[in-house]
Structures are given as C-alpha cells and as structure tokens.
Design a protein around this ligand. Structure first.
Ligand code: WT7
Length: 677
C-alpha cells in the first residue's frame, strides 16, 4: 500500500470476520401481548408506499389541523414532514390523557438517596405544573414561540416539566446534559442564542449532593464572551428547606423557581398550535470539528416518529411500567423517556442517580418495588452492573417482558448476561441503533416478529431503508463479509431538520458524501450518511462497528476528538495534542491523549494534570482522559499530518504495521517504549 492509501484507509473498509451468533426467539408470552405482531408492517412501510406510510405514525397523535403534504422536498436536503399540519407536543403528551388517565402516574421519581420517598407525578399533576411553569416562562421570562431556552438540569421531574412547558408555548428547548461543565453549557447557550438559562441548585450523584448552580455562573460568563447575554437564570431548588449550593444568587438575574411559582398557582396556558415543521428542540452533539452541532428537531415529524417507535419497538402499553435509565440530557431521554412514552400515556420511572448507588443491587430493587416490566439501558451500564454485581438480579423478583440496549455495540458475552441474568431468559431484547440526529431508532428487530442476534442491531425498522456503501459509493452486498459506510436511502419523520444556524455544515456532514446531484429535489438523490461503519450479514441483520470519523463513543456518548484536543491546547506548555480511543472493558472506549510540548518546556506531572483539568473544565468529567502521554514528537506523515491511527495502535497494544514511510519512524518506537514499557 502506498503511504497515501495507508493514511486514508478508513475503518469502514476493513474486512471483518466474526462468527455468526446463534438466534434467540422472542418468548411466546411476549408475542401474545405485543403491540406489533404482523410482519406485513414491512410491506406497508416499503419504499413503494413511501412517504405516505408514515401517516400510520402521525395518526397516533392528535392534530389541530391535518397536513396537506406528507413530505415536502422542495428545499432538499432539508426535508419537511406533514406540511400544513398544526400540532402541540405538550398537548399530545399531557392534556389528551386527562379525560381517561388523569390519575395515572406519568413519572415515578426515584431519588438517589434510598431513604427518600418516591414521588408520583400523576398526569393531572404534570398538567398543573406544566401549565404553571408555562405561564411563568411566558409572563415572567417573556418567552414566546421560536425563542430558545437552555435547560441545564439533572434527572429530576422539573426537567420534563420544563421541556413540556416550553413545548406548550412553542419555545425551543436546548437541554444540556447535567454532567457537562459550565463552559460547555455556556458555549451551547451562545450557539443557540438563549437569553434564559434554567438550572438547579444541586442534585444527588454517587452519594453526594453536588453543587450545580455554580456552573451557571461560568456558563453565563462564557456565553457573554461569545456575545450572548443571559438576562435570567431560573434556579430550581432540589430541596425546599435547604440550599444545595454555596454560589450566591445574582441580584436581578437569578431567581428561585419556587419563589416565582407562588405567583402562578392555578395559572393555565392554552397549548399553542404549532406548524408541524416548527422546531421542538435543539440537542447538541459532537462532530469532527471542534464546535458541537445543534441538531434541530421538528415538532410533528419527530413526535410521530418517537410515538410510533415507542409503541412498536419499545412495546409500551398504558398498563406497563417503563424504565429507561438513560439521562434526559441525551437524545435517548428526549425520545424514549419524555416524548415517545408520554405521547402514549405511559408510566415511567425517573431515577435521579447512579445505577450502582449505593450498590449494584439498586436497579433491581427499584424494578422489584415498582414492578417495572420494560427496561432500557446501555452496554456500558450493563457491563458495569455485570462486573459489580453479577448475581444481584437473581436475588430480586421482578419480571421484564422487554429490554433495550442502545448507544454502542454490545459484546455477545455481555448480551448473554443481559438476556439470561437480567432478563432471566424471559424478555425480548431489542438492540437499537440510531443517533442524536436521527431522532429515533434506525435498526432494531421488531421484538415480536424477529429473532434476536447478540451483537447485531438487526434489520432496519419499518420505513428505514439502509444501504452500505464503499468509499467510492458502490453498494456492498449483504453477506459479503465486507464493511462499509452505512447510509439511509430515504428521509423519515424523526430525522433532524438542520444544524442550528449552519445549513452548510448540515449538508456537508450528512449529505455531501454520497449525493448524486446537488441540484436535485428528489430525495432518492440524497442518501443520509450516518458516519458509522457497518456490515450486513446474509440474513439482513446489521452489525454496527463504530464511527468512521474523529468521534470517540465513550460510555455510549459521542465526544469529538477535536473538542478534547483544543481543550488541551489551552494549556500554555502544550504545542500539539492528539486524542485516540482506548478500549475499556466497562465504558467501551475512553480517550487517551498524546501531547508534545513547546520548545523549552520539560515534561511534568503538573502539565499532565493541567491537561486533564482543562478537559474537565471545558467539557466535563465524562471526557476525562485515561492517560496523558507527553511525547517528544508526534508520529507524522511526510505532509505533516499527525498519525492518530499509529497512536491508537500503541495505546491499545496492537501491531502498528509498517511505519517506514512516516516522516519520523524512529519516534514510533520511542513512544511505544514509553507507553508499553
Ligand atoms: C452513535 C450515536 C442513539 C442514542 C444514543 C447515542 C453508536 C448507537 C448503537 C447500537 C452500535 C450504536 C453509533 C452511533 N450507537 N446505538 N445499538 N449499536 N452502535 O447517540 O451520542 O448520537 O451516538 O452511537 O456509533 O453513530 P449519539
């Protein structure tokens, strides 16, 4: 291979050999009660019936006004769904359930401290609180349809209440994961143009009451530096009788929500009928360049898609007790804790804390006590629970009919533990592959229709038509044993509409690579590029192999390597930085960082600590590197590109192959000695 070829070989082109796993059939009791048992759904959602097939999902919702155009492609590739339709997400998730289910639990909130009582929020109570908060947002904060608000909140009922209050007014929410730093929050505030930030004084995590409010002070400052003024910070109190943060309240800017809400008792706000294609929310995610992208999701299309997939893939019935252990601060929580399940009138568990607090039996105690029968989590959590308490599930009498895994590939061994030990061999499992951008599931088995295969997401869900392309855009045939770039041939209603404020980046990142004709208004010319490598086996099941771009999936969440690198470059002594993924038995991948110093500086523990600190401050603890290596120089191509692949091989103890064509091959041995001893 020439140097040029070698540099450009992407993960997507490497042939993969793996053993075909045995199939597991869904239990008969599951099939007997499932929402979708009819295989003809695939025919109804075939490409011949596209796009009208999606009426079936949209009809799960209540519309003020029906749409005239199911899919408008005139502004390709910014697709518009259900054009002419008017709808409100808050009405669909709350109001419309009151007539029959006002006393049904919407959420059962489980605080992390085990001696604190659960809080049951009925649909009636959810409605009351959403109305009061909506009135406050409108009358006190002066917000109206189309404005953006940043919500930096932990896993507490106030988060879905805030989201639904925004949706009631047509205000666009941008939820920032509570674990993110003040700086990360401030950058997202600035990008979204929010002048209101909602936060909480503190929350419980891993046995500690964390100060959260102080992050808002940094966030406001960072936003200001980037030109965005925040004029109101609304602060919820985790406990009414004590303040969890020592950070002072800024006069005229910071307000306690409980104080303000006294003025809105009994307030009612009519839901605002919104155009189906009005944005419902922004969700920021990492990409290949430094700046996170604000994925803009629609109201009607998104809600239809998450309602449909919650019903048929998650198999949620009104009488189920559903528990998705993800954080609402990620897309999984938006789609499969808040919008999808509530649109169906589900009862969900909302858990504040860490799954292993105070011990690895906690999730199963919660499941037993609340009689949870649908359980949804990520491989990283499954690995952690398997390691910390492999025998715990057997000690508890709960019964799961359905379980989900999401966020990263699951090793067949881990899958089997999930199936036999957590599910006690009685649950249907779905391995759902999708992304922040896609709004909802792309690949998964339909749980009562297809068999499960450990480690494979399964075929595409109804209405999604994937294709695996090689680098030249030629289709890779199923069963060929070769991997490629998995793309989706057609638009679907859950797909994001654009990157907030940057249509060029949207087109470039997701559609340019395999576009047949940039002038075309025909969706067939615009396959959606997911950025994942995948291969399809003979039976049509897809196995997802991971990202092909500069993104590391840590514990099921995307971190841009560039974001980490630019954070470390902020440390005075650092000249160059390269981040690579290191395989980790629990988190899947963790970042390893290599840095070289500016001339005149000597390596030291202090510099390493400063790099770690810089990353924690700019992104959050989730991005903390496993190792910081100070190297004399980076391995580089003759054209000066840092060879991250070589560094990744060194970190992971893999064979580094032939490096003689590099500009500085001797440095590779030196780094290898340093890392591997
Ligand atoms: C990336 C998206 C989807 C919500 C959570 C993450 C990886 C996601 C799977 C799965 C293998 C998966 C992909 C994808 N991924 N689900 N079931 N099997 N890989 O959302 O942060 O936008 O990350 O996560 O690489 O592109 P996200």
């Amino acid at each position: 291979m020439s140097e040029q070829e070698w540099v450009q070989v992407s993960e997507a082109q490497i042939a993969v050999h793996w053993q075909e796993e045995e199939l597991f059939h869904p239990p008969a009791e599951f099939i007997a009660q499932a929402n979708m048992t009819d295989p003809s759904i695939y025919g109804r959602f075939s490409l011949e019936n596209f796009p009208e097939c999606y009426k079936e999902y949209a009809d799960l919702l209540t519309w003020y006004q029906y749409w005239h155009t199911t899919l408008d492609t005139s502004d390709a590739p910014c697709w518009k769904w259900f054009v002419g339709g008017k709808i409100n997400a808050s009405y669909n998730c709350v109001d419309r359930h009151l007539a029959k289910h006002q006393n049904k639990a919407s959420f059962v909130f489980v605080p992390e401290p085990e001696d604190e009582p659960h809080l049951v929020l009925t649909y009636r109570e959810l409605w009351v609180r959403v109305n009061e908060v909506a009135a406050l947002l409108r009358d006190f904060a002066g917000l109206q349809a189309g404005d953006r608000v940043t919500l930096h909140l932990p896993m507490v009922p106030e988060l879905p209440i805030m989201m639904l209050a925004c949706a009631r007014l047509g205000v666009i929410h941008s939820v920032v994961f509570g674990g993110f730093s003040g700086r990360a929050c401030g950058e997202r505030i600035a990008d979204s143009g929010s002048r209101v930030l909602v936060t909480m004084d503190g929350y419980n995590r891993k046995g500690e009451l964390l100060d959260h409010k102080s992050k808002s002070d940094i966030a406001v400052e960072v936003a200001q530096e980037e030109g965005q003024t925040v004029d109101k910070v609304l602060v919820w109190r985790r406990y009414r009788d004590r303040h969890a943060s020592a950070a002072p309240m800024v006069e005229g800017r910071d307000y306690f929500m409980d104080d303000l809400l006294k003025g809105y008792v009994g307030a009612r706000v009519d839901p605002v009928p919104m155009p189906a294609e009005a944005p419902l929310f922004l969700m920021y995610t990492s990409g290949t360049t430094g700046k996170p992208k604000g994925c803009q999701h629609s109201t009607g299309g998104y809600l239809a898609y998450v309602a449909g997939t919650s019903k048929y893939v998650q198999d949620i019935h009104p009488e189920d007790v559903y528990w998705c252990m993800a954080d609402i601060g990620w897309i999984t929580g938006h789609s499969y804790i808040v919008y999808g399940p509530l649109a169906l009138g589900a009862s969900s568990v909302l858990y504040e804390g860490s799954p292993t607090c105070p011990d690895a039996g906690r999730p199963w105690r919660i499941a037993e006590r609340l009689n949870v029968n649908i359980f949804h989590t990520a491989p990283t959590t499954i690995r952690m629970l398997r390691k910390a308490g492999p025998d715990e599930p057997a000690k508890h009498s709960y019964h799961f009919k359905h379980m989900t895994t999401v966020g990263e590939p699951i090793e067949p061994e881990v899958w089997r533990w999930y199936y036999y030990v957590v599910g006690k061999g009685k649950a249907a499992i779905v391995d759902t592959w999708w992304q922040t951008e896609t709004g909802g599931f792309l690949c998964s088995t339909m749980p009562a229709i297809q068999a499960m295969k450990p480690g494979s997401a399964g075929p595409a869900v109804p209405g999604i038509h994937p294709v695996v392309y090689d680098e030249e855009g030629k289709e890779i045939e199923k069963g060929s044993g070769r991997a490629g770039n998995i793309c989706i041939r057609n638009p679907w209603p859950g797909a994001f509409q654009t990157v907030w404020g940057d249509r060029g980046r949207y087109v470039e990142t997701y559609y340019a690579k395999y576009c047949h004709d940039e002038e075309s208004k025909d969706w067939r010319d615009w396959p959606y590029f997911t950025g994942d490598a995948a291969m399809q086996s003979q039976d049509g099941y897809y196995r997802i192999l991971g990202r092909v771009d500069d993104v590391i999936n840590v514990a099921g969440h995307r971190l841009g390597t560039k974001e980490l690198e630019s954070a470390s470059l902020a440390v005075l002594e650092v000249a160059e930085a390269a981040v690579v993924p290191l395989a980790d038995p629990i988190k899947g991948r963790v970042p390893d960082i290599y840095i070289s110093l500016k001339p005149g500086y000597k390596p030291s523990q202090r510099i390493k600590a400063a790099v770690t600190q810089a990353i924690e401050v700019s992104i959050g603890k989730i991005a903390r590197p496993q190792h910081v290596y100070i190297v004399p120089d980076m391995p580089k191509t003759r054209s000066g590109k840092i060879m991250r692949r070589v560094l990744a091989d060194i970190s992971n103890g893999r064979d580094i192959g032939d490096v003689t064509t590099l500009a500085n091959p001797e440095i590779v041995r030196e780094i290898q000695r340093m890392v591997q001893g």
